[in-house]
Ligand binder design. Sequence first.
Ligand SMILES: Cc1cc2nc3c(=O)[nH]c(=O)nc-3n(C[C@H](O)[C@H](O)[C@H](O)COP(=O)(O)OP(=O)(O)OC[C@H]3O[C@@H](n4cnc5c(N)ncnc54)[C@H](O)[C@@H]3O)c2cc1C
Length: 477
Amino acid sequence: MGRTVVVLGGGISGLAASYHLSRAPCPPKVVLVEASERLGGWIRSVRGPGGAIFELGPRGIRPAGALGARTLLLVSELGLDSEVLPVRGDHPAAKNRFLYVGGALHALPSGLRGLFRPSPPFSKPLFWAGLRELTAPRGKDPDETVHSFAQRRLGPEVASLAMDSLCRGVFAGNSRELSVRSCFPSLFQAEQTHRSVLLGLLLGAGQSPQPDSALISQARAERWSQWSLRGGLETLPQALNTHLTSRGVRILRGQPVCGLSLQADRRWKVSLGDSSLDADHVISAVPASVLGKLLPAEAAPLARALSAITAVSVAVVNLQYRGARLPVQGFGHLVPSSEDPGVLGIVYDSVAFPEQDGSPPGLRVTVMLGGSWLQTLEARGAVFSQELLQQQAQEAAATQLGLKEPPSHCLVHLHKNCIPQYTLGHWQKLEAATQFLASQRLPLTLAGASYEGVAVNDCIESGRQAAARVLGSEPDS
Ligand SMILES: Cc1cc2nc3c(=O)[nH]c(=O)nc-3n(C[C@H](O)[C@H](O)[C@H](O)COP(=O)(O)OP(=O)(O)OC[C@H]3O[C@@H](n4cnc5c(N)ncnc54)[C@H](O)[C@@H]3O)c2cc1C
């Protein structure tokens, strides 16, 4: 009888793991178990008036690097090439990014010449930060917060304005708590290997082998900065669902896993409330803290390491305006915590993907709320009303972008614990988990945003690698 692999969680990580398992020459029996009635996890696209698309989660995927290329390969294998909406290198959404500081929008310098020009809100041209970086000694600690790393290498302004904002934009997190080693491994590695991040990034670029396809070549030739899909990014999990079903993968929805126990024959019993599944191997693609609660008592050390990986919440407010114009054209802007503790940034969705504006078209922007403002309210047990979040977002759009008229359409979603936080020492939690799994020879493999990257590309890669490990083949690097 063939092996049975049960995959926990039908977000993009669990779907990717199931996809790669199902394509093996001799595939195991695969059962994907998802708690909700929908697949895709945080990837969710909603159609609004006139067919406009509103992304409640991710809205753009980066094509760069080996992982970006692999996701494009997946897109082609699923037959989605004609649905791809690229943002080409010469487009304003690829070239222009802004910081909102001191009550004004500031364009981040682009290109080499930009480094030599004065670039407010920074007091000196960024060339000086670059010079400091090239000459700063290598750090000695096994890990460091993003803030401390940036301050040491690039100076206090870059740390408190640029890196603080970047951490808010990518992780909705605090640069004084997040780990540079785990959140920005390429920066950490560049310093370790070449003493300087700039040197490391320059000398180390383009070394990893990358897959090729017509879509990947097009993305390279046109220097795409990101891409989406015509009907929204949720088209990707939907296509994976169709593909998996055609390959005989059993998909159970609306079935929260409520416990895992190891039987005498070292097979898992996966409890689903009223029923259960037997599995030779489990791939977990649910958040680490969720898995921590499902594990049996004999895996307590693993459960402790996983439960220490926390996550933060983000309120996503999609706004659409009729007849309105943005003061600038670009991807969007980020807001450092010193400027506003609650507004992480605003994405100008219509600039990157005007095809999704609906008919008649209306300007779409998304305000991301989070940070210490949300954390403090959450810690106080505050009940978040839709009105409060909408008001906060509209005020930000009015103050920061001059969008003072009421929006014609608004969606408000509070995503609880949606972004894992790789805080200082995250690598030690991963090491403790990996060591426990190896020493106990547990038939369990971890995948998902909780471990080694939160971007959609990272999650898809984590699913691919988990599948390769289960199939007994090391994934190609
Ligand atoms: C607001 C927001 C914006 C983002 N923007 C971007 C972006 O622009 N670009 C980008 O690359 N990335 C972005 N990301 C990150 C990226 O979308 C996520 O990290 C990624 O989708 C996570 O996928 P996952 O499968 O690992 O986890 P999840 O999406 O969390 O999936 C886990 C699944 O497990 C299920 N589950 C939970 N408990 C159980 C249980 N007990 N039993 C069974 N199933 C269970 C859940 O219902 C869920 O479907 C964004 C994330 C958010 C929240």
